[in-house]
Write a protein that binds this ligand. Structure first.
Ligand code: UDP
Ligand code: MG
Length: 351
């Protein structure tokens, strides 16, 4: 491996064969304009459309392009994580490979980093080519998340961002299975700021985030950073408790003063029973979400399985085991107890 680059660009790739050439060309043009060494880490998230072979070709032609190939599809957030694990730059930029996040914005992120910010996120001022449903649900969701979490996750930002090496080092210590990377970088703290940009239409192909995945992602986001759904149960319980007291009181008074049977109908009972069962099942679902995630963490499986890498040494994390049977390239890393220092962690006053 050559000397450490100043900038590491991390792009997750899942079946983006039509985007890879224009994307890498744009990144190359933009980064070459900055006059500092850089690397582009393409994380192949189990592509099946020939993207992987194309990435290997592109990397053979330009050694600054590096490839991490997963053994199967592990999902966008995990692919981004792997990129950060292997990145050696003093600043790491996360960017989508479908040209929705224009590489031309990267120098603006870098400018803020040079001013001394540790995280520079790109805020979507305009979103092109996305359905009103996606835009509306995203808007509502990020505002809700903002309200119910303690950490400051900025509204209308995706994963398109730059982070200083010391933030990347924090991220490498967060090995949780259900990952909400944009929240995790906020959680890290340090000096954070945003710049606005226009989120473009996907240059080629379809979104890999159907509604089902978006809902799962939203659940991961909430459960990763908030216990609000669990806490709200006490409010419901108090409300129902008071309601039952008042109803009991009302019925007693009515019976004593009028001497008749009130609320004697079966319909009322059935409706209430169904309503309460529905509440209870809903909250069982909520509890189940947290329990399942706890179980997920307890199993402590590796976050991803790497099939091969090009142009890279072992990942810079302690507990990401690397199955490289026969290849002999990287020995399986033992589970180390504590966080490991990385060389990117020293201060960056030179920038
Ligand atoms: N992606 C990935 N693994 C997946 C799904 C997506 O690596 O399982 C990549 C995809 O190739 C793209 C980025 O993550 O570079 C964002 O995905 P997409 O454009 O489908 O999401 P959207 O922009 O529609 O939210
Ligand atoms: Mg996209």
């Amino acid at each position: 491996m050559s000397e450490a680059p100043t900038y590491s660009i991390v792009a997750p790739v899942y079946n983006e064969i039509g985007n890879l050439r224009p994307f890498t060309a744009q990144v190359r043009a933009v980064m070459d304009g900055l006059g500092e060494p850089w690397e582009l880490l393409l994380v192949d998230d189990g592509s099946s459309d020939g993207s992987r072979e194309l990435m290997l070709d592109l990397a053979a032609a330009d050694p600054r392009l590096r490839v991490i190939s997963f053994a199967r599809n592990f999902g966008h957030q995990v692919a981004v994580t792997a990129g950060v694990d292997y990145a050696s730059g003093r600043a790491v930029v996360l960017i989508d490979a479908d040209l929705q996040d224009p590489p031309a914005v990267i120098p603006r992120l870098i400018e803020k980093w040079q001013e001394g910010y540790d995280v520079v996120y790109a805020v979507r001022a305009v979103r092109r080519g996305e359905s009103w449903l996606k835009r509306l649900s995203a808007k509502l969701f990020y505002r809700l998340l903002h309200r119910i979490t303690d950490i400051n996750i900025p509204v209308d930002t995706g994963d398109f961002r730059l982070m200083d090496a010391r933030v990347a080092a924090v991220l490498r210590q967060m090995r949780e299975q259900r990952r909400f990377v944009r929240g995790m970088t906020s959680w890290a703290g340090f000096r954070q700021t945003g710049i606005e940009y226009v989120r473009e239409e996907r240059a080629w192909g379809e979104t890999k985030y159907p509604l089902r995945k978006m809902i799962a992602f939203a659940l991961d986001a909430v459960t990763s950073f908030s216990f609000f759904p669990l806490q709200i149960m006490i409010v419901m319980s108090l409300f129902l408790g008071v309601a039952s007291l008042l109803t009991g009181l009302a019925i007693t008074i009515l019976r004593l003063t009028r001497g008749e049977e009130f609320f004697g109908g079966q319909a009322t009972t059935i409706i209430l029973l169904l309503l309460l069962s529905s509440f209870q099942l809903f909250f069982l679902f909520v509890i189940g979400q947290y329990v399942a995630r706890g179980y997920d963490e307890a199993r402590d499986r590796p976050l991803y399985v790497v099939a091969s890498t090009v142009g890279l040494g072992p990942p810079r994390v302690a507990n990401q085991r690397l199955p490289m049977a026969g290849g002999g390239e990287a020995p399986a890393l033992a589970k180390a107890p504590g966080p490991r220092q990385t060389e990117g962690e020293q201060s960056r006053s030179a920038s």
